[in-house]
Design a protein around this ligand. Structure first.
Ligand code: CA
Ligand code: CA
Ligand code: CA
Ligand code: CA
Length: 368
């Protein structure tokens, strides 16, 4: 049966690929028939993958194979021995290499120093770098200063896996495969809480600066927190209490023991005022109490509703997530309770089961 011409190329490429160089050239030995345009099979032989294609004196070690040509001529398939070697331009393929100073496992909010400058070309120079990343859901970090430099930095703020890819160019010739590098971000404290948000009307959620995005705030209150009862449930709300609400104005209060060497104080270790988040809160040695977690939509800066996600990690395990809850400017969302030492997280709801959101929430001491 006659097969179409393109298959010839596919087979020849597959055979050369099997020898370890994707761009070897196959040539019939002198005196053999011209195989152009004929259907054939290639049977790899000679060098195997990983064999050194250069002899000690620098000359090519020729690779060998047999092409089996099928046609409707009498006499059956014709076998043609072929030899080939990777021509010089094959070594002009750039190879992308990624290294990371901080390694493959870090805590949240680590600034990663990525290096692509060990990428190389056999003959020639790497002239262009292009980084990309797959981030944990909701994470919106960017390469600094850009995704086009050899050695960018990148802030890994959200727990989970970041997979970096790098493609490099020798002139207009890209590396055949991108290099990839995985960094796992693992919280190292007993309690780690993340607030992330998505604001559809903000067309660039990664830019920074005053009023560049919407501003949601994470609140973490101790049961001793007091204050007005603006949500009308008959109990002090606790939000904005000082010192017993840990939030942007009170990021590192002293709770529990007064001994400053005891790591029993919560820390709002990342505040975000211009979209996306995250805001991260950590607590190393919790007290045996029930904490509460809240989210306040401080200022939408004109970008409209935001969709908030709260994640709670206990000893690095994700134990609670409530995702994409719509909030509008000035909403106060009483998210959940966190009971210690059980590590149990209880979603707070209204009687009919809705999220416990109080609109137009303005604490008398913190308003704008
Ligand atoms: Ca923005
Ligand atoms: Ca904020
Ligand atoms: Ca209340
Ligand atoms: Ca303390």
């Amino acid at each position: 049966m006659k097969r179409p011409f393109p298959e010839v190329l596919v087979l020849a490429l597959a055979a050369t690929f099997a020898w370890g160089c994707p761009r070897s050239e196959l040539e019939p030995l002198p005196g053999e028939d011209d195989v152009e345009g004929l259907p054939m099979d290639a049977v790899p032989g000679g060098l195997g993958p990983g064999d050194d294609a250069l002899a000690e004196d620098g000359s090519f070690v020729m690779e060998e194979a047999v092409l089996v040509i099928h046609s409707n001529a009498a006499g059956g398939p014709v076998e043609i021995p072929v030899v080939g070697a990777a021509p010089e331009w094959c070594s002009m393929d750039p190879t992308a290499v990624i290294t990371c100073e901080e390694g493959e496992e870090v805590v949240p909010q680590t600034v990663l120093h990525l290096h692509g400058d060990e990428s190389y070309v056999g003959s020639g120079e790497v002239e262009k770098w292009e980084w990309s990343v797959e981030q944990p859901q909701g994470s919106m970090s960017v390469f600094i200063p850009s995704a086009g430099v050899p050695n960018p930095t990148f802030e890994a703020n959200v727990a989970g896996v970041y997979t970096f890819s790098l493609t490099v160019w020798n002139g207009t010739w890209p590396s055949p495969f991108p290099a990839t590098y995985e960094v796992v971000v693992i919280p190292d404290e007993a309690i780690h809480i993340e607030l992330l948000w998505h604001t559809p009307e903000d067309l660039d959620e990664t830019d920074t600066g005053p009023e560049a995005g919407s501003d949601l705030d994470l609140h973490f209150v101790h049961p001793w927190a007091a204050g007005p009862d603006l949500d009308g449930d008959g109990k002090p709300d606790g939000w904005y209490d000082i010192p017993f609400d840990c939030f942007w104005f009170n990021t590192h209060p002293n709770w529990g023991s007064y001994d400053p060497t005891t790591t029993d104080d919560p820390g709002l270790d990342r505040d975000d005022t211009d979209g996306a988040g995250p805001e991260n809160l950590n607590l190393d040695i919790p007290e045996d109490v029930t904490y509460r977690i809240g989210v306040h939509y401080w200022n939408d800066h004109g970008y409209g509703p935001a969709y908030a996600t709260v994640r709670v990690y206990i000893y690095a395990q994700l134990v609670f997530e409530v995702a994409d809850v719509m909030l509008v400017d000035s909403d106060m969302w009483d998210v959940c309770g966190l009971e210690w030492p059980a590590g149990k997280v209880q979603l707070h709801t209204k009687e009919a089961g809705q999220y416990k959101i109080t609109p137009d929430y303005h604490n008398p001491y913190f308003f704008q």
